[in-house]
Design a protein around this ligand. Sequence first.
Ligand code: FAD
Ligand code: GLY
Length: 369
Amino acid sequence: MNKVLIIGGGVIGLSIARELKKKGISDITILERGAVGREASFAAGGMLAPYAETNKFDDFFHFCEESLHLYPNLSEQLLAETGVDIELDQAGTLLLAFNEQDISEINHRYEWQKSAGLAVEKLSATDVHKLEPFVSPDVLAGLFFPNDWQVENRKLVEALHKFCELNEIKVIENTEISKLLTENGKVVGAESKTNKFFADKVILATGAWASLIQTEVFLLPKVKPIRGQMIEFRTAKRLFSKVIYSTSGYLIPRQNGRILIGATSEDAGFDRNLTEIGTEILQSIALEIAPSLMNLEINEKWLGFRPFAADGLPILGEIAENLFIATAHYRNGILLAPITGKILAEKVVNNSNSRYFEAFSHYRFQAKV
Ligand code: FAD
Ligand code: GLY
């Protein structure tokens, strides 16, 4: 086996391509409907935050944690391979409380995390202001998760794309696949309006669009888009050192002074229109966390489509002969890209199984008899 087609050039498709190359696959083609890395992977916040969001130990938590731990090496390797710094930032994450309900939520989170042996610190309002002087004077308390990180996701996709260019991975943009090609029940390639592409193995990394490709002999799992809008402020100097969550949203400070405020979560199909109400929600998140931001103009607004399966968990593995899928990473596709690339490549090349294929198999959606 030496010819692999990857449909979809987001962070997931690109990460799989890089891992396949490292495993010696010589002929890899990525087919991308638009431009590489310009959908959810571009829109994202780049938070690598399994701890701030955790309330239970389950396969998903372990999957997230394993992927997080791949980032320091990945970041070093991508810098050496491509010259692109993905800005891995290990400053930790804050979760802030602004009312009694928030306090009870963070207390609950703290108790659970402590009893589970995870690193978390309780902060008074004074502690919060020592760490982040520009946080609202209305903050009541907070938690600090020292092991949550962030990455500049746009640099990540740039680095992965550059890796492809430098390593003879073909990237064909502006090519929408409409149908999978099969022979005797086996997948043998994919078809666009104007071309057919044949391969030994095909991998679907089509994000929120994963259900939309036609197939003749089997059904693709259901994935739908959950729209997320974001706004950005910009300051000459970096004002915040950490990612800051409230119970309604988050603020992400970048090295170059960009401050991202996210995000809405909307069941609105593939509607690409930014909305006034979306901007208002995001402004209210900014106002709660750091009211001084409201003196600044919004520098940019954008949206993206999170790929969502019915239970919010990824869909990974082999779904028909020669056909693999890696999608539905929902709110954590940037965090989960390294481990997804790794286990998919191991599966495609060596047929080696990871326990995560069982946990995140598409079979979980099929009727049990
Ligand atoms: P995408 O990046 O959407 O890529 C899929 C690609 O497939 C697209 O480029 C598309 O054009 C292509 N494609 C689709 N159909 C076809 C076809 N038929 N033929 C050819 N190409 C096709 N995750 C985190 O870990 N941390 C965060 O902080 C974070 N914040 C987020 C904030 C927002 C506002 C949003 C929207 C998402 C966020 N996410 C975050 C989630 C993360 O962005 C996604 O889970 C991740 O980007 C999914 O990657 P993907 O490659 O599967 O999808
Ligand atoms: N993980 C952040 C988001 O999806 O909005």
